[in-house]
Ligand binder design. Structure first.
Ligand code: GLC
Length: 560
């Protein structure tokens, strides 16, 4: 990787007043499909993506931009899904079952739908916390409702979690940061008093007592999805939502002892919510951080309080994209370079900046790496490079355009090349490969749930289908998503929508997997709706910001 990979950061002082069109080109996405369907896209006013290029010349007014979005629907929750009506072809029978199961999982607070329960598994003896509404789990549910023209539940969820953010949060005697969003919440119904109350978990009840770093990022991403899908700017522009965003951002943009623009995290602070050796700078969090920063940039008002955040976001995005695209990226060429690294290099001329020991490269990665293809590795910190492949971080990198177009293509190339390993019989592995034996004992602390090829340790999670499908559509590879959906359709319903599958091929229903896991259900629906109507992807994807474009450089994955 060359050092001078990107253009100089923007001059922030150049702000003026200027409007610009969103870069989102939905028609490109339509073209990307093998057999494009007749799309009925209505042009309507929506909010724009404030890009850094716009910022160099001025702040764009949200409502001054013509953009693609869906006509907001106001359908009742018992209606036939709109996606049926839109298409002439017969829907898969699983779709109706999925909608029914998704609606069964809805949680109400004082008569209003506010979220979906994590799993509706009556057969399971242990409920644990699967009867709660998890912020991360609700994201695919929210997208399904938005795509089906039912935004109310999403709005209620955003407002309810915003209220919860305002709670004072403590773990024992320690007060948590103001901006922390809950991992989950639960509605308690008192049938006698006829009252509803909410309890929330900010990490103080979670296994390992870790605050969910991803929740705040998902919240911002969802607020943008809601705004983009409905064209309703009034929610994101409320003082409450603006403050909520600023509080989340304060937590991750504050100055400290950091020497990297990435976010330092504890193990268990995201989807992988227990010890799995992902502490440090996990790719999932970095990609979500990047996407949340870009989403916030498009929604923050440039008023007295917002302006400073906007400036900090712009600077951080430049540094973060540079760091990630250079130091987290691995392809054949880069692997070969690391293999030949010298160690103990001192000063600015060091090539091996993090002092990675070539001996620490695991054997599997040499065989795994195709000539064509690449991915963002799991983690990079001093003398520690986690070479594992993590699906969510890589898909979100594509969706947020953290990955350059070449890198996005290379990620998809690798997925195609390593289909057996990464997908096998059930999409999609949460990470590859698993850890076992002594390494498993040390890294997981002997976790019996995270044994090899199970759960977070190389297990296969159907929920990841929606991020994979979105990445496929964005990179113009819908056929890959279709292949994955075919696999899901051959089993998921029959197996009662498990949370995860086990085994090298993802062939077995997970050892302790819940059934009727809501995000497995919603993830399937979102994937189906996006393939049917690729313009949906606009709510969960951000186009590349031209100002962050690398100076012309071919990815090593294209040289062979
Ligand atoms: C598990 C998963 C976590 C998810 C939760 C609820 O703890 O690891 O990512 O949010 O279940 O489904």
């Amino acid at each position: 990787m060359e050092g001078n990979y990107y253009k100089e950061p923007l001059e922030l002082k150049d702000f003026g007043s200027h409007c610009s069109l969103s870069e989102m080109d939905d028609f490109d996405l339509t073209r990307a499909l093998e057999k494009p369907r007749q799309l009925k896209i209505e042009r309507k006013r929506s909010f724009d993506e404030r890009s850094m290029s716009e910022l160099s010349t001025g702040y764009a007014r949200h409502d001054s931009v013509l953009d693609m979005a869906h006509t907001p629907g106001s359908r009742s929750i018992v209606d036939t899904p709109l996606s049926y009506a839109r298409n002439s072809f017969e829907p898969h029978p699983m779709v109706a079952e999925a909608w029914e199961a998704l609606r069964r999982s809805m949680v109400f607070f004082r008569g209003q739908p506010v979220g979906t329960i994590a799993a509706y598994d009556h057969a399971s003896e242990e409920v644990l916390n699967y009867d709660q509404v998890f912020v991360r789990d609700f994201v695919p549910s929210a997208l399904a409702f938005l795509m089906n023209g039912e935004p109310d539940i999403v709005k209620n969820f955003l407002l309810k979690t915003l209220q919860l953010q305002g709670w004072e949060k403590r773990v024992d005697r320690f007060k948590l940061g103001e901006g922390v969003m809950p991992a989950s919440f639960k509605v308690l119904h008192d049938p006698i008093r006829k009252t509803d109350t909410i309890i929330a978990d900010f990490g103080e009840s979670a296994i390992g007592r870790v605050a969910p770093v991803d929740s705040g990022f998902w919240w911002i991403i969802l607020l943008r999805a809601y705004t983009k899908s409905t064209g309703d700017l009034t929610l994101s522009e409320t003082p409450e939502c603006q403050k909520g965003m600023r509080l989340i951002l304060s937590l991750c943009l504050s100055e400290g002892f950091d020497t990297f623009p990435t976010l330092l995290c504890a193990d268990g602070c995201s989807m992988v919510d227990r010890r799995m050796g992902v502490y440090g700078y996990p790719i999932e969090i970095q990609a979500l951080f990047f996407m949340a920063l870009r989403s916030a940039l498009s929604m923050l008002k440039p008023d007295d309080e917002g302006r400073e955040f906007i400036e900090r976001i712009v600077k951080r995005l430049h540094a973060l994209s540079f760091h990630m695209r250079n130091y987290f990226w691995l392809d054949f060429q880069q692997l070969n370079d690391i293999y030949r690294y010298k160690t103990e290099e001192y000063s600015h001329t060091a090539v091996n900046k993090f002092n990675v020991m070539p001996d620490s490269i695991p054997d599997w990665v040499f065989d795994f790496m195709p000539h064509r293809g690449g991915y963002f590795v799991g983690n990079v910190s001093p003398a520690r490079m986690d070479f594992r492949w993590f699906s969510l971080g890589n898909c979100v990198s594509i969706l947020s355009s953290l990955a350059t177009p070449d890198q996005s293509m290379a990620i998809m190339d690798l997925l195609e090349h390593r289909w057996e390993e990464l997908v096998g019989e059930m999409p999609l592995k949460i990470c590859y490969p698993c850890i076992e034996g002594h390494e498993w004992r040390i890294v997981t602390g002997c976790d019996p749930k995270n044994t090899r090829w199970s759960y977070h340790n190389g297990g296969s999670w159907p929920v990841l289908l929606w991020t994979l499908t979105a990445a496929c559509i964005k990179t113009g590879r819908p056929q890959i998503a279709r292949r994955a959906i075919d696999l899901i359709e051959s089993r998921l319903h029959r197996d009662c929508w498990p949370e995860y599958y086990d085994g090298k091929q993802g062939r077995y229903v997970g050892k302790q997997a819940r059934k009727f896991q809501t995000w497995s259900i919603a993830g399937y629906l979102v994937a189906k709706m996006m393939l049917e109507d690729p313009s949906h992807i606009g709510m969960i994807s951000l186009e590349e910001d031209k100002q962050m474009k690398p100076v012309i450089k071919r990815s090593a994955s294209w040289t062979c």
